[in-house]
Design a protein around this ligand. Sequence first.
Ligand SMILES: Cc1cc2nc3c(=O)[nH]c(=O)nc-3n(C[C@H](O)[C@H](O)[C@H](O)COP(=O)(O)O)c2cc1C
Length: 169
Amino acid sequence: MDHVIAEKIDPETEWKQYRRALSRFATGVTVMTTTQECGAPAGVTANSFSSVSLDPPLVLWSLALNSSSFTHFERGDRFGVNVLASDQTDLSRRFSTKGLDRFAGVPWRLSPRGVPVLDKALAIFECAVQARHLAGDHMIFVGRVLHYDDCAGEPLVFHSGAYWQTRAL
Ligand SMILES: Cc1cc2nc3c(=O)[nH]c(=O)nc-3n(C[C@H](O)[C@H](O)[C@H](O)COP(=O)(O)O)c2cc1C
């Protein structure tokens, strides 16, 4: 196995290798949602979601500064985490495609806390933004969980640039 020293990464030549190494880490897939100033929902596919603290309940995710959704999330004081099920690859693709009305034809509702929530998500977490941290070319959003819900089902997994289903060992 070739080891690459992280400090020596040259973005020009080793960008692909670095991305490939990162993609070995399997994750779930979420759609992050918020409400735009005009009241319309905004959403983006993200696999950077993670739980941070149980008490208080804090979660985080990061968004590229050049995302078309960036201003909506930066301005918003709440966001929703929608954990996708294995039969929701269409939603993952839709919410990561530029130039679409991403919510068109997608069943969703506005929660009592004012967070857009997708129907049939495996789990949802409605969060109040607790902190924003600028980190390189991304912004890390830390959210305090105000409300959550979940149901049984198979999660959607993202690994090596492809979608996978889980298999218990
Ligand atoms: C599985 C998957 C996970 C992604 N995770 C993130 C993420 O955590 N943060 C992020 O900024 N973009 C992430 N993206 C990219 C965004 O979904 C989106 O494609 C990208 O931001 C371009 O669209 P936009 O400019 O409208 O945001 C992910 C895409 C996919 C397919």
